[in-house]
Design a protein around this ligand. Structure first.
Ligand code: NOJ
Ligand code: MG
Length: 579
């Protein structure tokens, strides 16, 4: 980065900083709950809403401002709740609408915002809308994407296109009743809605209004980049996608190059429309800003469109998956620097950043990057400018749980083969949360759980980690305290690789202390001269946050000219004087 671009970045972020009435979400610390695996209140081995309510105080304890919860709506659970059969009802497995209301009111008392997972791309095939559509009822006929397919010369039938489902196999499923194929970009029990039908759009708008009325503070929007497919031609046909050459298996998702099934130009506009609904609701009902967090695994330039355009506001938080998607075990500090600054540089003016490193679809951070780097990623996420988004258990450094092929339930793995199921399975990141060192990790009083409790729960759990001064959990809590400091809430950010090995993040608000987080990515001992990295630094710093790897204590002083880092160590320093 040139000096001019850093200066520009600095000024840009500095301007944000003086916005005194900044909305709550801009620097919030988000926490993702996967309700099936968070806390079971009734002993059936599956987490539920009362379980969440019981643990809301824990969110408070760890400094979380808002939580987004994976789906708990009525569902046959083919994709564990991402296949919704009634968009306005709670699934009995998770509780009742009253349980939901209790959860919201307790969360409000505690000051924790509740974000609902909104799944607009598809419903369950057991949803009333789909049943009516399949039956050809006039009003519902075009709620989903239907096509008769084609007949081969030998009289056998073939699907309309070569499109492939994310969970393997053709994205088209033949429906005997309607004698047509329907499109499903995910599981065959997840038919895709037809968003070119204005009635469907209004139906989904009403789903948003329904939950806003119920008191949610916003929505995490599922799989938005799949919402539109290319429009059918004048004969009602769709084009094949071009082939990728790295696989010959027509059932593998990578078989085609996705130009017609994701990232269509209409899609961000759908999000702009939803933002309008949120704005209108707020105008009518008052209260804090309601937000949209959208999930799109698109090229970064496309992701930026979800923030809005010259005339329309979009999502406040288009998930920043840059670190999840592009960082590898061996990535060096320059790669970290590039990915972070690239997001900050490409963000439209006046927008805020967000940082995600894990979720229920990806292996655990400690399993991807090594258990030794758990604190490093928590410190990075929580000291970068903007909001942080933490997946449940990452504050404890939970690792992937072992789930045998026999115990595997994730459709993404079950639709494939035993030989490589571990490459596809999302179950290991979804094993139950570790609350204590007691039986079943304190997750349930039942005798079995829907996914096995990971065997390492006795070392890594909330109760034990509360009692260990530099546990991952206590480092996480300490970070949340630092996030109250003006420089870290509102300050400018300078993100720089010091060498291949060390990344540095400087946060500063004029008149306050300078904070510098340092990350030693590899396993060598490193020494850095901060003054040669950042111009005009105060000469003396003190340790504001250390981890179990540190040989220093909080409060120990160090000269900016020589800071030593142990292998994989990450720390936060604070200048001894304000500047
Ligand atoms: C993204 C969700 O995070 C994932 O868990 C789900 O399987 C798909 N969308 C389909 O809804
Ligand atoms: Mg239960």
């Amino acid at each position: 980065m040139t000096t001019w671009t850093s200066l520009f970045l600095l000024l840009g972020l500095g301007l944000l900083a003086v916005d005194a009435a900044a909305p709550w979400w801009k620097t919030a610390s988000f926490y993702q709950i996967y309700p099936r695996s968070f806390k079971d209140s009734d002993g059936d081995g599956i987490g539920d809403l009362n379980g969440v309510t019981e643990k809301l105080e824990y969110l408070k304890e760890i400094g979380v401002t808002a939580t987004w919860l994976s789906p708990f709506l009525k569902s046959p659970m083919a994709d564990f709740g991402y296949d919704i059969s009634d968009f306005k009802a709670v699934d009995p497995l998770f509780g009742t609408m009253e349980d939901f209301e209790n959860m919201v009111s307790r969360a409000k008392e505690l000051g924790v915002k509740i974000i609902l997972d909104f799944v607009p791309n598809h419903s369950s095939d057991e949803c009333d809308w789909f049943l009516r559509s399949a039956a050809g009822e006039e009003e519902y006929k075009d709620y989903y994407i239907w096509h008769a397919g084609f007949l081969n010369e030998d009289g056998t039938r073939r699907p309309p296109t070569n499109w492939v489902s994310v969970f393997r196999g053709s994205a088209w499923e033949w429906h005997e009743g309607r004698q047509e194929y329907y499109l499903h970009q995910f599981h065959k029990k997840q038919p895709d809605f037809n968003f070119r039908n204005p009635v469907v759009r209004e139906e989904m708008n009403n789903v948003l209004r329904f939950w806003l009325e119920k008191g949610v503070d916003g929505f995490r929007v599922d799989a938005i980049y799949h919402a539109f497919e290319i429009e059918a031609d004048e004969n009602g046909n769709y084009p094949d996608e071009p082939r990728n050459d790295w696989t010959n298996d027509p059932d593998e998702y990578g078989y085609t190059h996705k130009i017609y099934t994701v990232d269509q130009p209409e899609t961000p506009h759908l999000v702009y429309e939803w933002r309008q609904i949120l704005e209108q609701f707020q105008a009518d009902n008052g209260g804090d800003e309601r937000i949209l967090m959208v999930e799109t695994w698109s090229p970064i330039e496309i992701v930026m469109h979800y923030y809005g355009n010259e005339t329309a506001e979009g999502a406040q938080i288009p998930f920043n998956f840059q670190l999840i998607s592009n960082l590898h075990y061996d990535s060096d500090a320059y790669h970290y620097e590039y990915l972070i600054n690239n997001w900050l540089n490409l963000m439209p003016e006046g927008k805020s950043a967000n940082w995600v490193i894990g979720n229920h679809d990806k292996n655990r951070v400690g399993s991807r990057f090594g258990a030794d780097r758990v604190d490093l990623f928590n410190i990075l996420l929580l000291t970068l400018p903007g909001c942080s988004i933490t997946y449940q258990g990452e504050e404890l450094g939970m690792l992937d749980g072992y789930v045998s092929w026999e115990d595997t339930v994730d459709p993404q793995a079950c639709n494939g083969y035993e030989s490589n199921y571990m490459d596809n399975s999302r179950d290991p990141a979804r094993t139950p949360m570790h609350w204590s060192d007691e039986t079943m990790a304190g997750f349930t009083t039942g005798k079995s759980t829907w996914l096995p409790v990971s065997t390492d729960y006795r070392q890594r759990n909330v109760k034990t980690e509360r009692g260990v001064s530099l546990s991952h959990l206590n480092v996480f809590k300490r970070l949340q305290q630092l996030r109250q400091e003006p420089s870290i809430v509102d300050g400018s950010a300078e993100v720089t690789a010091v060498s291949n090995y060390v990344l540095a993040v400087k946060r500063h608000l004029l008149g306050d202390y300078v904070y510098i987080s340092l990350f030693n990515i590899f396993d060598s001992i490193e020494n850095v001269n901060l003054s040669s990295v950042f111009g005009s630094l105060p000469a003396k710093f003190q340790y504001a946050l250390v981890t179990e790897k540190s040989i220093k204590k909080v409060g120990d002083q160090v000269s900016a000219g020589s800071v030593t880092l142990m292998p994989h160590e990450a720390i936060v320093l604070r200048s001894t004087t304000t500047a």
